[in-house]
Design a protein around this ligand. Structure first.
Ligand code: TXA
Ligand code: MG
Length: 328
């Protein structure tokens, strides 16, 4: 898939302060040398991301924790042992040398050891921390293929390593370990229950942990088209009431006979499979020529929390303003 020469070349680009997009098991990241401020600045420029948003530092292994964090609580070692390499980011007190650009000016740093073999090879070849947010334009859907990255960022990235489609498909679980009680800041494939079980302790409230800017973070992960979440028993009525609008429906059931949907996309039944395909599917629906996306509501069960979180942010607040011209 990715040759050793390509990895070496990518590590060289990082050493020279360039940007390399690379696959992780969650989504593709837009990487820069985390210790090079000019390089990290390029990430913000390429994404169009506000400068006060912190970025996760990716490291090759657990032994790197002490380099990036001032304090490593026992809970961090326990979670690292249990879930790394893997889709978990830990927020810890930062070490003094970590730049404000990486931390968003906070006294904490987000750290993660990704498990994707290409990410691992790149981290080992580079030999230091790689700052990497998801490789999308700010506020848009995270990329889960190399092609999505090229669509999103074009020439703003010096190299894209193609490691195939991402296995998890949504961003890592983020756990804040800087308070007395650990708390989930972003749900993901690794559940709150799994983390609580590993720590042998209940988790705290997640509110107020990560920076939340109204109208930006809340409206993250959005397709271009308006997106509405509708209970499946209301879909037919919704389509009839909006019969002048070509609507793409994302549902876990087959297309009902006589449905008024312009496009009916069947999504997987189970949460992990649904999450894996979610962003790629929303991208397709966005480009389908329809003017609106209706997603059928999912069960209110713990195993769907991470998907609920992403769909909730992708959904358009009422009232929905339909685009006046048909989109690309
Ligand atoms: O799965 C992932 O985490 C992907 C891949 C590339 O690793 N990365 C990712 O990064 O999703 P990004 O920047 O798109 O989202 C990172 C989130 C942001 O919401 C940011 O606010 C939060 O992590 N974050 C990073 N450092 C933090 C810190 N020190 N304290 C609180 N939140 C932090
Ligand atoms: Mg992101």
């Amino acid at each position: 898939m990715v040759t050793e020469q390509e990895i070496e070349k990518a590590a060289e680009i990082l050493r020279k302060g360039g940007l390399v997009a690379f696959p992780t098991e969650t989504v593709y990241g837009l990487g820069a040398d985390a210790s090079n401020q000019a390089a990290v600045r390029k990430i913000f420029a390429a994404k169009g991301r506000p400068p006060d948003h912190p970025v996760i530092v990716h490291v090759a292994g657990t032994s790197d924790l002490k380099h990036w964090a001032a304090q490593v609580p026992n809970s961090a070692w326990v979670l690292a042992e249990r879930f790394w390499p893997g889709p978990l980011t830990m927020v810890l007190k930062r070490a003094a040398h970590v730049s404000d650009l990486v931390t968003g000016g906070q006294d904490t740093v987000g750290l993660r050891v990704p498990s994707h073999p290409v990410a691992q090879q790149l981290l080992k070849a580079f030999g230091a921390g790689i700052a990497a947010p998801s490789a999308n334009r700010f506020g848009r859907l995270s990329p889960t293929t190399a092609q999505h990255v090229r669509q999103e960022l074009g020439d703003a990235v010096d190299r894209v390593l193609d490691g195939g489609p991402c296995e998890v498909g949504i961003e890592s679980t983020i756990v804040d370990l800087t308070r007395e009680t650990p708390a989930i800041l972003r749900p993901g494939r690794i559940s709150a229950q799994q983390i609580a079980d590993a720590l042998l302790a209940p988790l705290g409230e997640s509110a107020g942990g990560r920076p939340r800017v109204p109208g930006s973070l809340e409206s993250h992960y959005s397709p271009s088209l308006p997106l509405k979440i509708v209970q499946s028993e209301d879909t037919d009525n919704y389509l009839v009431a909006h019969s002048g609008t070509p609507i793409a429906v994302l549902s876990r059931r087959g297309r009902p006979v006589n449905s008024k949907a312009a496009l009916w996309q069947v999504a997987p039944e189970m949460p992990d499979d649904y999450a894996r395909l979610l962003y790629a599917t929303l991208r397709c629906l966005d480009e389908s020529g329809c003017r609106m996306i209706v997603v059928e509501a999912l069960p209110a069960l713990p195993e769907w929390i991470a998907v609920h979180d992403r769909l909730g942010r992708a959904a358009t607040p009422d009232p929905i303003a339909l685009p006046s011209a048909a989109p690309r």
